[in-house]
Ligand binder design. Structure first.
Ligand code: SF4
Length: 446
C-alpha cells in the first residue's frame, strides 16, 4: 500500500524538524514588476534589493528574510509567515498542510541537503513561479490592483473602496503603484536579473518554471521565454507551465499551441463556481467561453496537464459542488489529469473567507460537499490529492472559526463583506442577491 500524506509527513518532514518545508529552499514565487519574493503563495512577500540583484541574480530568491526562515525551520521553529500551514496543522485530526505537498515533490536527498546547508549559502531553485507584470483583463473580486491592471482602472476611475475596516492589507483602497515599479518601456532590473539568471543557471537547475501574472499571455516577456524554449531545443529540461485565466477568443490559444509545439506545457487556470456566480466572482470572466477553451485545449491533446485552481471563498460554496461535478464529467471524457483540481482556501482579504458565513449556512454548504464526496469518493478519476482537498475543506468549514490569527472580529468582517459587495455591485453593474440566492437573506440582514 502506498504511503499516505500523513505517513510521509511523519517519516520524512518531521524527522528533519517539526516545521520543516522544502519550499523554503527550493521554491519561490517572484513578482518581477514589484521585485517581491516569497517561498510559496502563502507567506507575505518581501522586497528584493534592486541594486544588489543586478550583481547577483540569485538574490531574487536568497534574501535575508528567507535565510532567517530557513534557520528557524532547521531548528524546528515556525516562521510566522507560514501561518497558513500552522493553522491547518493545529486543527488536529492529523491534518496535513501544504508543506507536505510542497516538500514531497523534491527528493528526500535534496531535503536532507537543505536541512544541513549552512544558512548563509545561496540555493538554486528547483521550482519557480514568476510574474513579469500585472497586466490583466480581469478584475476578480478577491484579486486587487497589485495583480491586475483592470483593478487599477477601477480604483483610478471610481476611487478607493470606502468604509472597509478589517482589510489590513489595504487591498482595495489604492492603486498599488509599488506592484509595478517600472513602465513597460523602462528597463526593469528584476526582469533583467531573471533573464540573466535563466541564461546562466536556471535553465539547467529548474525542474519547473510556472509563469503567472496578471495574465501571462498578455505579457511580451512570456512569449520571449516561449521563444527561448523553441529556439534552444534540448538545452533545458525545465518543465514549462503557464497560469492563464483563459479569458480569450480561441485564436489566442491557437497561437499558444502553435508556439509551444514540441514543448511540454502544463496549463493552470482558475475557477471555483458556475455560470452567473463565476462571472460575478471573477469580473471579466465568461463561463461559456471558458468551458469552450477548456474543451479546445483538452481536444488538442498537446498539453501535459490541465489544472484548475479553485480559490475557496464565501461566495463560491453555493455552486462549488456543481463545479466539481463539471470537473468530473471532463475527467470521465479525457482522463484524470484533464482537468485535475486543487482547492485553495482564501485567507485574504479575510472578509471574503468562507468562515464569515453564519454557522447554519456554512453547515449546509459543508453537508452538500460531504454528499458530493460520498458520491464521488470511489470514482476512479478522482485523484487522492483531490479527494483530500475536498475532505480538508469539509473539515475546515466544520472546525476553524476565524480566517487567520490576526483577523478582525466577526462584526467588522461582516461590515466589510456588505460594504465591499455593495460598492462592487454598483461599480461592476452586478447584483449579489441575484447571483447568490442562498446567501441573500443573510446578506440583506447585514
Ligand atoms: S506556507 Fe507552508 S508550504 Fe508555504 S513555505 Fe511556509 S510551510 Fe512551506
Amino acid at each position: 500500500m502506498s504511503e499516505t500524506d500523513l505517513e510521509y509527513r511523519l517519516r520524512v518532514l518531521d524527522t528533519l524538524s517539526p516545521s520543516f518545508c522544502g519550499a523554503k529552499w527550493y521554491n519561490a514565487t517572484i513578482w518581477l514588476g514589484s521585485g517581491m519574493t516569497t517561498s510559496c503563495h502563502h507567506p507575505p512577500a518581501h522586497l528584493v534589493d534592486s541594486d544588489k540583484v543586478s550583481a547577483n541574480p540569485r538574490l531574487l530568491h536568497n534574501t535575508d528574510q528567507k535565510k532567517a526562515d530557513r534557520a528557524m525551520m532547521q531548528a524546528g521553529e515556525r516562521p510566522p509567515g507560514c501561518e497558513y500551514c500552522w493553522k491547518i496543522e493545529d486543527m488536529g485530526r492529523d491534518a496535513v498542510s501544504d508543506r507536505v505537498y510542497k516538500s514531497k515533490i523534491y527528493s528526500e536527498q535534496d531535503l536532507i541537503a537543505a536541512k544541513n546547508l549552512p544558512v548563509e549559502e545561496d540555493v538554486n531553485l528547483k521550482t519557480l513561479e514568476i510574474a513579469f507584470d500585472r497586466t490583466c483583463q480581469f478584475a476578480c473580486s478577491y484579486c486587487n490592483p497589485a495583480f491586475s491592471t483592470t483593478w487599477v482602472k477601477d480604483i483610478r476611475n471610481n476611487g478607493a473602496y470606502t468604509n472597509l475596516i478589517s482589510d489590513g492589507r489595504n487591498h482595495f483602497t489604492h492603486k498599488h503603484d509599488s506592484a509595478q515599479l517600472f513602465k513597460v518601456t523602462e528597463v526593469n532590473p528584476y526582469v533583467e536579473a531573471f533573464f540573466d539568471w535563466w541564461e546562466t543557471d536556471l535553465h539547467s537547475t529548474l525542474d519547473e518554471l510556472r509563469i503567472t501574472g496578471g495574465e501571462p499571455l498578455m505579457s511580451g516577456h512570456t512569449w520571449k521565454l516561449i521563444d527561448w524554449f523553441r529556439e534552444n531545443p534540448g538545452r533545458s529540461r525545465t518543465r514549462l507551465a503557464i497560469n492563464s485565466n483563459l479569458g480569450f477568443e480561441q485564436d489566442k490559444l491557437e497561437q499558444l499551441l502553435q508556439a509551444t509545439q514540441g514543448i511540454e506545457l502544463d496549463l493552470y487556470t482558475s475557477n471555483e463556481s458556475t455560470w452567473g456566480a463565476a462571472e460575478y466572482i471573477r469580473d471579466g470572466f465568461d463561463y461559456i467561453q471558458w468551458q469552450k477553451n477548456m474543451d479546445y485545449l483538452m481536444n488538442s491533446n498537446q498539453l501535459r496537464g490541465l489544472h484548475v485552481m479553485c480559490t475557496i471563498n464565501a461566495t463560491c460554496l453555493e455552486t462549488l459542488p456543481d463545479f466539481l461535478t463539471r470537473m468530473m464529467h471532463w475527467k470521465e471524457k479525457h482522463g484524470e489529469d484533464f482537468p485535475n483540481f486543487t482547492l485553495n482556501i482564501l485567507r485574504f482579504p479575510s472578509f471574503m473567507s468562507p468562515l464569515v458565513l453564519p454557522e447554519n449556512i456554512r453547515m449546509q454548504f459543508k453537508d452538500r460537499l460531504q454528499m458530493w464526496l460520498d458520491h464521488y469518493t470511489d470514482h476512479p478519476q478522482l485523484q487522492p490529492h483531490e479527494r483530500f482537498h475536498v475532505q480538508r475543506l469539509i473539515d475546515y468549514l466544520d472546525v476553524v472559526k476565524t480566517p487567520h490569527s490576526d483577523a478582525f472580529d466577526m462584526p467588522k468582517l461582516h461590515n466589510d463583506f456588505k460594504q465591499f459587495h455593495e460598492q462592487y455591485d454598483s461599480r461592476r453593474e452586478k447584483c449579489f442577491t441575484e447571483e447568490f440566492p442562498a446567501l441573500a437573506e443573510w446578506y440583506n440582514g447585514l
